[in-house]
Ligand binder design. Structure first.
Ligand SMILES: Cc1ncc(COP(=O)(O)O)c(C=O)c1O
Length: 275
């Protein structure tokens, strides 16, 4: 694997960051996960915009987007995967041991790894942990993902690929690494950003391309929804066929509304790599 670290392409063994990097010691960093398709990034401009928004939200200097684009191009040229994950990480850099930042320049890392295209359907569970929609970092894609690690591990123990969370006031929010859509009476809904969810790029594209409504919903809506699907850069739209043991639809394939969304997404995303 070849990795871009601080201005140059390196082998995985020689790409090393300091043990004092603030991203490592306190999770003071932001990141992006992009889908790489045939050696090219999908929706790069939107991901770079969000990287800047997340960095500003943490008070980090704006990333040099020309350098980030060079980093993406370099790792993808070194590893032109057919389908994969392009990961950007941008941290506070070397700092004192506590929560205060140092004066060092931020750390920028880009890495790519092949990953198989996800199946069209999946199983999810709900978990009792909540997203804090009033957190200082709500809506930012920070490297402080330990809460998601714990919730995702709980989902895996239950035989599911994703865990869905409410926010602190019991409203539907998102998954550990995905946004969620529900079909109610034939209409498509997804929680609004005020729920505390990440402004997912796949979510935004589906809202734009399908007219899905952004609706504040109780967490219990998951018990009644006719169809549910989750979205992320690597899942695109993925139908949920089992949710906490409840079978949705036939339990074997996407419901009709989800299938149409998947069709639209594939067509539009296939026609424009940077929508
Ligand atoms: C918490 C969270 N919500 C939602 C998403 C989906 O966002 P996107 O569609 O931009 O990948 C992610 C992405 O990994 C995420 O980490």
């Amino acid at each position: 694997m070849r990795i871009w670290l601080d201005g140059a392409l390196r082998g995985a063994d020689s790409a090393r960051v300091s043990v004092l990097d603030h991203g490592l010691t306190v999770g003071d960093g932001v990141f992006e996960t992009l889908k790489a398709v045939r050696g090219r990034p999908f929706a790069l401009t939107r991901h770079l915009d969000r990287l800047t928004r997340s960095a500003r939200g943490l008070g980090l200097p704006d990333p040099d987007l020309d350098e980030v684009r060079r980093a993406c191009a370099a790792v993808l040229e070194a590893e032109p995967v057919e389908h994969g994950r392009l990961r950007l990480t941008y941290t506070g850099g070397v700092a004192p041991l506590g929560s205060d930042r140092g004066d060092a320049a931020p750390t920028l890392i880009a890495a790519v790894a092949a990953s198989p295209r996800r199946p069209d359907t999946t199983t999810v569970v709900t978990v009792p942990y909540v997203r804090n929609e009033r957190s200082a970092v709500a809506g930012l894609k920070t490297t402080s993902y330990a809460e998601n690690v714990v919730a995702l591990a709980a989902a895996h123990r239950a035989g599911a690929s994703e865990a869905l969370l409410a926010n602190t006031v019991g409203r539907l929010c998102e998954g550990t690494g995905s946004n969620v859509f529900v079909v109610l009476g034939g209409e498509l809904h997804t929680p609004p950003l005020e729920s505390g969810c990440l402004a997912g790029i796949t979510r935004a594209l589906i809202v734009e391309w399908t007219g899905a409504k952004e609706t504040d919903l109780p967490f219990e809506v998951l018990e009644q929804a006719d169809e549910v699907f989750v979205t992320s850069s690597l899942r695109d739209a993925q139908a949920v066929v089992r949710l906490d043991g409840r079978t949705l639809g036939t339990g074997t394939g996407p419901g009709p509304v989800t299938a149409e969304v998947m069709r639209i997404f594939e067509a539009k995303a296939g026609a424009d790599l940077d929508p």
